[in-house]
Write a protein that binds this ligand. Sequence first.
Ligand code: GLU
Length: 321
Amino acid sequence: MNIKTMIAAAAASLLAISGVSAQEPQFVSIGTGGITGVYYPTGGAICRLVNKDRKEHGIRCSVESTGGSIYNINTIKAGELEFGVAQSDWQYHAYNGSSRFEGQQFENLRAVFSVHPEPITILARRDSGIDNITDVIGKRFNIGNDGSGTLATWEVIEEAMGWSRDDLALAAKMKSAETGSALCDNKIDGYFWAVGHPSALTHETIASCDAKIVSAVAPEIDALVAERPYYRKTAIPGGMYPDNPDDVPTFGVGATFVTSADVPEEHVYLVAKAVLGNLEDFRRLHPAFANLKAEEMISDGLSAPLHPGAIRAYQELGLME
Ligand code: GLU
């Protein structure tokens, strides 16, 4: 035996002992958001269901904390992430090459499924005088970090309201995970983001200091919702967080799970099947998933075409013709 065959024989017997198949390990990564948001645990829940059957399919799923929707879409486009969570408004614009994606259309963007609703959520100190989105003018306000869907959507709102950045006393761009302590330390009066509920950051903020969720209601917002297919009027339900008993009217988008046409069909098939084929388990992995329904997940808020791997999974699960 020469050295090469000895190594090969040793490797083969090791594989036989461990029962691992000889196929190359394959990796898929999911881009999410800040760790106290809902995207990050969403990626975690998806990977958990995928990795459960790793011995059968050989795919290892991992989660990355990122800046959010815009970063995830751009990084999938660059081929550096296979999957990502993204707001439905930015899925729409990336696929259609509109708004901030004008001249940077991502035609190969593909939808996999939609997840939880994401209402526009404004947290404010009770001593700040902010009772509605229209009160943030002249205040110290966090508008979202670069790469977040939050900041991109803030820019749309800013334009619709006819505001400029200088209308805020401070336009902070901290990452979501930093905003709760900044608010409680009185460095900002409020912060804005698009997020599912309940979310860890919202809870943390309300539990740490005297903060409340305030509404996002204005005629300009009504007009925005009326003219754009991906916005919806909604309310953040009262009673979800301590001392915030009333429903808070706002508008919102949806969290969606996306990939690229360049990602192999088998990978998308396995991920889509792991989630939709185990939906009851998935729903239990985060309270924001409690009301998810399969029929809605495979159609709502998806403006890019479904990836063929997802279609195969949904047909096999009897969810699609
Ligand atoms: N919708 C947010 C964004 O794209 C992220 C929300 C989250 O982290 O759950 O910026």
